[in-house]
Design a protein around this ligand. Structure first.
Ligand SMILES: *[C@@H]1O[C@H](CO)[C@@H](O)[C@H](O)[C@H]1NC(C)=O
Ligand SMILES: *[C@@H]1O[C@H](CO)[C@@H](O)[C@H](O)[C@H]1NC(C)=O
Ligand SMILES: *[C@@H]1O[C@H](CO)[C@@H](O)[C@H](O)[C@H]1NC(C)=O
Ligand SMILES: *[C@@H]1O[C@H](CO)[C@@H](O)[C@H](O)[C@H]1NC(C)=O
Ligand SMILES: *[C@@H]1O[C@H](CO)[C@@H](O)[C@H](O)[C@H]1NC(C)=O
Ligand SMILES: *[C@@H]1O[C@H](CO)[C@@H](O)[C@H](O)[C@H]1NC(C)=O
Ligand SMILES: *[C@@H]1O[C@H](CO)[C@@H](O)[C@H](O)[C@H]1NC(C)=O
Ligand SMILES: *[C@@H]1O[C@H](CO)[C@@H](O)[C@H](O)[C@H]1NC(C)=O
Length: 707
C-alpha cells in the first residue's frame, strides 16, 4: 500500500495561505474544531470479551442542544441512559477515571440523551439526576459506534473517519473501539538513496492517514518499497484544534528484525490501540530504512551509514513537532524496541542529536543483543548490536561484496556508487550480502559503545528498562536435526563449539542438565541457557548494573519475562508445543503452566496488552499487569502503578497482582533487584551472574574497560 497524499482543492491551499491560525484548514471542517475528543473504553485486554462492551466519546462542555449537534457532526448521537445502564461498571470506572486524571471536576455531571449522568468520586457509582435548564453547559457523552476491536481489523469508513490539523496540514484518520488511529503518515521528505532523511516539511496537504504505508524494502517482502518512511499513531484523545491541554505521555516503538526486516504496522505486535484505551497513553510506531538501504557505510565518502537510525531520529523530531495535535506530550516521549529495535534504543541513548534535541525522557530495550568472544568462538552474532563497527570494519564485511553481487564492478569507487544507486531496491536487499550494522559514523553514533560508566558521560540522562525473555537464546541455538546420544554432542551441535568447550560447560556445574529423559531436548535446554547468557543476558545485566550504579542512567530497571507466546522460532520448536506449552483439548493454544521456551520476540503480546489467544486466566492477568508496568514507566519513568489509579480504573486483577508482586525496584547493587515478569511478578536477583562470569562477561564488564 503506497502513500496516499490527496491533493486537495486549490481552495484549501488558498485558505491555508490566508488563514490566521497555524492550521491547514478552517476549524469548522475539522472533527476537533469545536471540542476535544476523548475516546472512552473500559478495556480489559480480553479481545474475545469486546463484544460485551461499548465505549463512548466525550466532548467538552456545551449545552445539550449543541452537544446533540456535535455528536451528529462525528457521526454519532448522544449516549442513552439505557446503554449506560447496560454497562454500568464500565461507565462508572471510565467516568471516575476522568475525575481522577483531572480532565473533569469531582462529581462531574455529563449530558446524555434526554438527561444527565453523574458519577460519585468516592464510590464510583452512577446516578441520573434531573436535566437542568437549557443554558447549562456540561461535558457531552456521545455514542461510539465503530466496533472494530483490533489493529489489523481496523478499517476506515465514511462514518468513523476524523480529520484533524497539525503543522499546516490536515490528517484524516479514523477510530475503532479502542483508539483514534492514524496510519501511514509520511514523517520525512522524499529522501535520495544513501542520504539522511529530514522531517516532512510540505504544508497545505491533506494526508489520508487511514491505511498503513509500505514496509521498507526487505527480503521476503515483495510489496516492500524504498519510499517507506511512515509512522502510525493510536491515541485516546484529540485536543481541541489549537489547544495543548491535557496531553498524554507518548510511547514510541521501534520494531525488530535484524536491521534487515520488520515494520511498524498493526501486525508487528507493537500496535498501541490497547495501551491507548487501557492506559491512556499515545502510541507511535515507525518504519525505518533497512538492510543496505539503511546501513551501507563506505569509508572516505559521504555515505557514512546509519541511515536507518537517522530515520528513527527524524521520526522522533516529527513527533516532537506534531504529536501535540494528536494528544501526545512532545516533551514526554519514551522509546521502546525489541531485538534490533532494542539495539536501536541503545544506539539512540548515546546519540548526540537525540540528547541535544531533548527528544526522549525514557527508554526500554527488550532483548538487546551483544556479547563477545567466548567458548572458543571467533565472535558472537550479537556483538555488533552493542559494540559498533567502524565504517571501515563495516565496509570490510558489507562493501565490495555488495558492489560485486550487484554487478557494480567498475574500477573507480565513484562509478561503483553511481551504479549501486541505480540498482532496484528489492534487488539490493535480496543480495547474498547486505549492510546491517550500526556504525561509528561520527554524528549519529560517535562512540564504540554506550558509555555507562560515567554520570557525566555521553549517555542520555533518562530512566531505562532493559531485560530479556527467559530463553532468548533458544532462538539463536540450533536444535539438532537428528537425535543426539550425549550431552556433549547436543551442546556442540546447538552452539557450534568444540567438544572441549562443551565439556567445559558441563564441568562448570553452572548449567545443570534438566533431565526429562530426552537427551536431545535436554542438551538443547542447556545450550539455550548458554546462548541466552552469552548473547543477551550478560551484556544487558552488565549495562544496567553499570548505568545504574554509576548514575549514567537516571534510574534503571531490569526484568526477565517468563510468560510468553510463540516468537522467533527458526528451529520450529512450536511444532512440539515448545514455544507456548503443550497443546491438548483443554489447552488448544498450549498450556503455559507446563515447560516451554520463552523465545526471542515472544513477549510483545504481553508488553502491549495484545496477547491473543489467551491460553488461560493467568495469561490475561499477566497481560494486564505487564502492559501496565510498561505504560506506567512511559508515564512517570517508574514502572509501578499506584493502587489508587488501579482501583479508580477498576483494574482489580492488576491491583491484586501489584500487591502480590511487591514493588519493581530500580537496580542498585550486584544483586539487582530485578523482576520476573509474569502473574504475579516476583522480585529476584540478577539471574546467571556466575554463569556470565564463566562466559567471561562479568557484571563489572564495563567498569573493567570492557573485559
Ligand atoms: C475472555 O472473554 C470471553 C468472553 O466473555 C470469556 O469467555 C473468556 O473466559 C475470557 N477469557 C479470560 C481469560 O478471562
Ligand atoms: C441493553 O441490553 C439488553 C439485553 O442485552 C438489550 O436487549 C438492549 O438492546 C440493550 N440496550 C441498549 C440501549 O444497549
Ligand atoms: C575465559 O577467558 C580465559 C582467559 O582468556 C580463557 O582461558 C577461557 O577459555 C575463557 N572462557 C570461555 C568460556 O571462553
Ligand atoms: C565482478 O568482478 C568479479 C571479479 O573481480 C567477477 O568474479 C564477477 O563475475 C564480476 N561480476 C560481474 C557481474 O561482472
Ligand atoms: C557532572 O556535571 C555537573 C554539572 O554539569 C557537575 O555539577 C557535577 O559535579 C559533575 N559530576 C561529575 C561526577 O563529574
Ligand atoms: C525429544 O523432544 C523433542 C521435542 O519435544 C521431540 O521432537 C522428540 O521426539 C523427543 N525425542 C524423544 C526420543 O522422545
Ligand atoms: C529447561 O530446564 C529448566 C531448568 O534449567 C526447566 O525448568 C525447564 O522446564 C526446562 N525446559 C524444558 C522445555 O524442558
Ligand atoms: C481478571 O482475570 C480473570 C482471568 O483470570 C478474568 O476472568 C477477569 O475478567 C479479569 N478481571 C478484570 C477486571 O479484568
Amino acid at each position: 500500500m503506497g502513500l496516499k497524499l490527496v491533493a486537495t482543492a486549490a481552495a484549501l491551499i488558498a485558505s491555508t495561505v490566508s488563514a490566521q491560525s497555524s492550521y491547514g484548514s478552517a476549524a469548522s471542517t475539522l472533527s476537533n474544531g469545536g471540542s476535544s475528543l476523548t475516546l472512552l473504553y473500559q478495556n480489559n485486554l480480553n479481545a474475545s470479551d469486546d463484544v460485551n462492551h461499548i465505549g463512548a466519546i466525550l466532548l467538552d462542555s456545551m449545552t445539550s442542544t449543541a452537544g446533540a449537534t456535535a455528536c451528529a457532526a462525528i457521526g454519532e448521537t448522544l449516549l442513552t441512559q439505557a446503554a449506560i445502564k447496560n454497562h454500568t461498571s464500565d461507565f462508572a470506572n471510565s467516568l471516575a477515571y476522568l475525575q481522577y486524571n483531572g480532565q473533569v471536576s469531582p462529581n462531574q455531571r455529563f449530558f446524555i440523551k434526554n438527561g444527565i449522568v453523574s458519577v460519585s468520586q468516592h464510590t464510583n457509582t452512577l446516578s441520573f439526576p434531573a436535566k437542568p435548564n437549557g443554558n447549562t453547559k456540561l461535558p457531552i457523552l456521545c455514542t461510539q459506534s465503530s466496533t472494530q476491536n483490533g489493529g489489523t481489523n481496523a478499517v476506515a469508513t465514511a462514518s468513523n473517519e476524523i480529520t484533524i490539523a497539525s503543522g499546516k496540514n490536515n490528517f484524516v484518520g479514523f477510530r475503532n473501539l479502542k483508539s483514534f488511529r492514524f496510519a501511514g503518515i509520511p514523517y520525512a521528505n522524499p529522501v535520495a538513496r544513501f542520504e539522511y532523511s529530514t522531517v516532512y516539511s510540505k504544508t497545505g496537504q491533506t494526508i489520508q492517514a487511514t491505511a498503513q504505508g509500505a514496509d521498507c524494502a526487505q527480503a521476503y517482502d515483495a510489496a516492500s518499497m524504498e519510499n517507506c518512511l511512515f509512522l502510525n499513531i493510536q491515541t485516546p484523545y484529540i485536543p481541541k484544534s489549537g489547544s495543548k491541554k491535557g496531553l498524554k505521555p507518548v510511547l514510541f516503538s521501534i520494531h525488530g528484525g535484524g536491521f534487515t526486516g520488520g515494520n511498524g504496522g498493526a501486525g508487528s505486535g507493537q500496535d498501541g490501540g490497547n495501551l491507548a484505551s487501557r492506559e491512556d497513553i499515545v502510541s507511535v510506531e515507525i518504519n525505518y530504512r533497512l538492510s543496505t538501504l539503511g546501513f551501507l557505510a563506505i569509508p572516505g565518502t559521504d555515505i557514512k551509514g546509519n541511515f536507518g537510525i537517522g530515520d528513527q531520529i527524524t521520526a522522533l523530531k516529527w513527533v516532537k513537532a506534531n504529536i501535540a495535535a494528536f494528544g501526545g506530550d512532545p516533551n514526554h516521549v519514551t522509546i521502546i524496541g525489541e531485538s534490533a529495535g532494542a539495539g536501536s534504543v541503545r544506539a539512540l541513548l548515546g546519540s548526540p542529536p537525540v540528547i541535544e534535541n531533548n527528544l526522549i525522557v525514557g527508554a526500554v530495550a527488550q532483548s538487546n543483543l551483544g556479547g563477545g568472544v567466548t567458548l572458543g568462538l571467533s565472535g558472537d552474532y550479537g556483538t555488533t548490536y552493542s559494540s559498533y563497527l567502524t565504517v571501515a570494519q563495516s565496509y570490510a564485511q558489507a562493501g565490495q561484496q555488495i558492489f560485486e553481487a550487484a554487478g557494480c564492478n567498475q574500477t573507480a569507487l565513484a562509478d561503483q556508487i553511481t551504479c549501486l544507486k541505480a540498482v532496484p531496491a528489492l534487488t539490493l536487499v535480496n543480495l547474498p550480502t547486505v549492510a546491517r550494522y550500526v556504525v561509528q559514523d561520527g554524528t549519529i553514533v560517535n562512540t564504540e559503545q554506550l558509555d555507562v560508566t560515567n554520570k557525566n558521560g555521553s549517555t542520555a540522562d533518562v530512566n531505562v528498562i532493559f531485560g530479556t525473555t527467559a530463553n532468548d537464546g533458544a532462538s539463536f541455538s540450533t536444535y539438532p536435526k537428528t537425535a543426539v546420544t550425549t550431552e556433549v554432542q547436543g551442546i556442540q551441535a546447538a552452539l557450534g563449539i568444540s567438544a572441549a568447550y562443551a565439556q567445559a560447560i558441563i564441568d562448570s556445574g553452572l548449567f545443570p542438565l534438566y533431565n526429562t529423559g530426552n537427551i536431545t531436548l535436554d542438551s538443547f535446554n542447556v545450550s539455550q541457557r548458554v546462548a541466552t547468557d552469552k548473547t543477551f543476558r550478560c551484556i544487558d545485566e552488565a549495562t544496567i548494573y553499570a548505568g545504574a550504579t554509576s548514575g549514567a542512567f537516571r534510574s534503571a530497571y531490569y526484568y526477565t519475562i517468563t510468560r510468553t507466546y510463540q516468537g522467533y522460532d527458526p528451529n520450529n520448536l512450536g511444532a512440539s508445543g515448545l514455544s507456548q506449552g503443550p497443546v491438548s483439548p483443554a489447552y488448544p493454544n498450549g498450556n503455559p503452566e507446563l515447560p516451554y521456551f520463552r523465545l526471542h520476540g515472544s513477549d510483545l503480546g504481553f508488553t502491549y496488552g495484545n496477547q491473543n489467544p489467551l491460553r488461560d486466566g493467568l495469561d490475561l492477568k499477566a497481560s494486564q499487569l505487564i502492559s501496565g508496568y510498561y505504560a506506567q514507566f512511559a508515564k512517570t519513568g517508574n514502572p509501578n502503578p499506584s493502587l489508587q489509579y488501579l482501583q479508580t480504573r477498576g483494574y482489580t486483577n492488576t491491583t491484586q497482582g501489584v500487591k502480590q508482586s511487591g514493588p519493581w525496584q530500580a537496580v542498585n547493587s550486584k544483586t539487582g533487584p530485578t523482576k520476573n515478569l509474569d502473574w504475579p511478578a516476583p522480585t529476584v536477583s540478577f539471574p546467571d551472574t556466575q554463569q556470565c562470569t564463566f562466559l567471561n562477561y562479568t557484571l563489572e564488564y564495563y567498569f573493567n574497560g570492557g573485559a
